[in-house]
Write a protein that binds this ligand. Structure first.
Ligand code: BEZ
Length: 211
């Protein structure tokens, strides 16, 4: 069965452009983003990997380690990385896993046989410091992902893991958040000293608590 939210992210050892990766050791106590792309030397993948390199500082700020993967060989990755910099202006600054025997792809369900028997789809797994899966997203080969959205979700996941709040539609960091309906108005007044406004009894908004 496919990996689901709350499942433990499987550990693995694999070769990468930055040497052998022992996944749990690589993550340490950080958050992680493991993402697959279908194939080296292809246009959409080139733009995606360059974009993740451009955003690496944003992932670092969020204590989040990124890791790319495809079923291509390490030699293929090594020949391709120069193109990523040429095409996007961003040099690869995170490891790209080689998974020619599909070990990691199979563990994470990244090959969807009705899309392609041999290539990974565009999977994203966000993994928490507890090594549990917090987010899964799957895109087809024809559609490049929006990695700003992945950062936005990480902001929400990190905030909501530490406070009794959730984040509304299209929320971005710094905007008001929703107080858990399980908290009484009386408790909310002490837990959220910046105050809150009640739109409906189950929809109460408060300024982001960790700012
Ligand atoms: C691409 O990155 O452009 C791509 C890769 C595999 C299949 C289709 C498109």
């Amino acid at each position: 069965m496919a990996l689901q939210l709350g499942d433990v992210a499987p550990d693995f050892t694999a070769e990468s452009t930055e040497g052998t990766i022992h996944f749990y050791d690589y993550l340490g106590d950080s958050w992680g983003v493991l993402f697959s792309h279908p194939k080296d030397f292809t246009p959409v993948c080139t733009t995606e990997l360059g974009e993740v390199a451009r955003l690496k500082g944003e992932f670092d700020k969020r204590n989040t380690k990124v890791l790319g993967l495809s079923v291509d060989s390490l030699e293929s990755h090594q020949s391709w990385v120069g193109d990523i910099e040429d095409a996007t202006g961003n040099a690869l600054n995170y490891p790209l896993l080689a998974d020619p025997d599909h070990t990691v792809s199979d563990l994470y369900g990244m090959i969807h046989p009705n899309a392609s028997d041999t290539l990974t789809v565009r999977s994203v797994f966000v993994i928490g410091p507890d090594k549990k899966v917090k987010l899964t997203i799957t895109y087809p080969a024809s559609t490049g992902r929006n990695f700003a959205e992945i950062l936005r979700v990480i902001d929400s996941l990190q905030l909501t893991s530490g406070h009794s709040v959730s984040t509304p539609v299209n929320w971005t960091a710094g905007e008001d958040v929703i107080i858990s309906p399980a908290i009484s108005d009386e408790d909310a007044a002490t837990r959220f000293p910046k105050g809150f406004r009640t739109v409906k009894p189950y929809l109460r908004l408060t300024p982001q608590p960790d700012r």
